[in-house]
Design a protein around this ligand. Structure first.
Ligand SMILES: Cc1cc2nc3c(=O)[nH]c(=O)nc-3n(C[C@H](O)[C@H](O)[C@H](O)COP(=O)(O)OP(=O)(O)OC[C@H]3O[C@@H](n4cnc5c(N)ncnc54)[C@H](O)[C@@H]3O)c2cc1C
Length: 417
């Protein structure tokens, strides 16, 4: 097998929301940024699991005014996505706000950022091993489609969503016995209702009746319509997969097979119900099951549930968290724990810096946070901010800039809300 060798200043592993933001921040600091992504397109859960709404981008508020959680890159990204998707921020229950988006527009926007910022992008490129010496990562191996590539980065940002770098280095990671329930997203066209509330009620009733009558498996009952997605007779649906998720080998395969079959069964059932979905056809099925949480990296500080619910502020803050703790249990039900409206907690820089390795940073849903804290901080708006901050911190270390000065710059760029 050919052995290609590449030098770079910053290697970002994983091109989800956090990885894209990290790459943009690094490139804007003038260092060489390289991003490897194992899939064929960018966006991670936002595009492969088609979660369809950006949460964590606006403060929860009972008032009418829309207040961004961050200025700078997260606001810029949401603004461009809103224009490209033809959508506006949506006000939901309890003063929650989010931005519905088109998943194809999300992919194209990420591509445009990579091209404009001149990030060296490798799609179909999967991290396979990490070399370390004297507390520093000195090389990373990846398989890029059919080639082995050896990368020599000065710093590494783990945006895999699964703390993969720490796992491959046999470092301690934050993990749980089981993780939050997953969900499969799909869309239907030919819906004969234009009213979100009526349609939601009709679907909920059908599903309940189906389970009670034994025509639908009880595990398939929790189906919801993604708010803001119903237009022109089509909508996106989210089917909760009421099964435990663990680190057990091949658990993900079992769940993917189950979820695919489940989506087909639910579609067939709803058509037979003779309601507003009797002529509905399946148009899109997410290419992967949406697994919400997994292992997190161990940083110099672990964000806690109490930090989130008490809106704790930190001197070294680099991001704001505005979304409540949204915890999906294995019964397929969600539990929301709110903190004060119009307030936020802050995420300190230490949650993005490895406790063990001098040149490892992380961002997105694998930051150093407890399982309850990440149930809030995993939303896309927050991932865009932690990604951007990690990119800037990593670039600052390559440029041998003072770390406190960089944190102050991040604060004034992102947190001046
Ligand atoms: C069902 C579901 C519903 C959700 N609903 C919402 C919602 O409505 N609003 C909201 O804001 N958030 C929602 N979320 C949460 C949000 O989508 C994710 O937490 C967020 O997108 C995570 O971004 P990330 O960049 O940290 O990780 P990810 O998006 O998971 O990106 C990680 C990337 O790393 C890549 N990767 C992994 N391993 C490797 C490797 N070995 N080599 C190279 N690349 C690798 C992956 O392919 C992926 O592209 C939902 C999540 C799920 C699952």
């Amino acid at each position: 097998m050919e052995n290609n060798q590449i030098n770079t200043d910053i290697l970002i592993i994983g091109g989800g929301s956090a990885g894209v933001a990290a790459a943009v921040a690094s490139a804007r600091m003038g260092v060489r940024a390289m991003l490897i992504e194992k899939g064929p397109f960018l966006g991670g859960k936002a595009t492969r699991a088609i979660v369809s709404t950006i949460c964590g981008a606006y403060f929860r508020s009972e008032g009418a005014a829309l207040r961004h959680a961050h200025v700078g890159f997260p606001k810029e990204f949401c603004g461009r996505l809103s224009v490209a998707s033809g959508t506006e921020p949506f006000t939901y229950v309890e003063g929650l706000r989010f931005l519905p988006y088109d998943h194809q527009a999300f992919k194209l926007l990420c591509d445009a950022y990579m091209l404009n910022e001149k990030v060296q992008l490798f799609l179909h490129a999967s991290l396979s091993s990490v070399g370390m010496e004297n507390g520093i990562i000195d090389s990373v191996d990846a398989i890029a489609l059919d080639r082995r590539v050896k990368i020599f980065p000065k710093t590494v940002i783990d945006c895999t969503g699964e703390a993969l770098v720490a796992t491959l280095c046999d470092l301690e990671v934050l993990k749980d016995e089981t993780y939050q329930a997953s969900a499969m997203v799909f869309s239907l066209t030919g819906i004969e209702s234009a009213d979100f509330e009526n349609l939601s009620l009709s679907v909920r009733r059908s599903m309940k009746r189906g389970v009670e009558a034994g025509r639908l498996h009880p595990e398939l009952e929790k189906l919801s319509i993604i708010p803001g997605s119903l237009k022109n007779g089509s909508a996106f649906f989210k089917l909760s997969v009421s099964r435990a998720i663990s680190d057990e080998l091949n658990k993900a395969t079992e769940l993917e097979l189950f979820a695919r079959e489940a989506v087909s069964a639910v579609h067939t059932f709803l058509k037979a119900e003779n309601g507003p979905l009797k002529n509905a056809e399946m148009s899109v099925v997410a290419s992967e099951l949406g697994i919400r949480t997994g292992r997190r990296s161990l940083g110099k500080y672990i964000l806690s549930e109490s930090d989130v619910l008490n809106c704790v502020k930190f001197d070294q803050a680099i991001a704001n968290g505005v979304w409540p703790i949204e915890y999906w249990g294995h019964d397929g039900n969600v539990n929301m724990d709110y903190f004060n409206a119009d307030d936020c907690y802050e995420i300190p820089a230490d949650c993005l810096m490895s406790a063990d390795l001098g040149n490892l940073y992380f961002a997105g849903r694998n930051i150093s946070a407890s399982d309850r804290a990440i149930a809030s901080a995993r939303v896309i708006g927050t991932c865009l901010a932690t990604g951007y901050a990690a990119g800037k911190m990593a670039a600052g270390s390559v440029l041998k800039r003072d770390a406190n000065e960089i944190i102050q710059e991040i604060k004034s760029e992102l947190l001046n809300v």
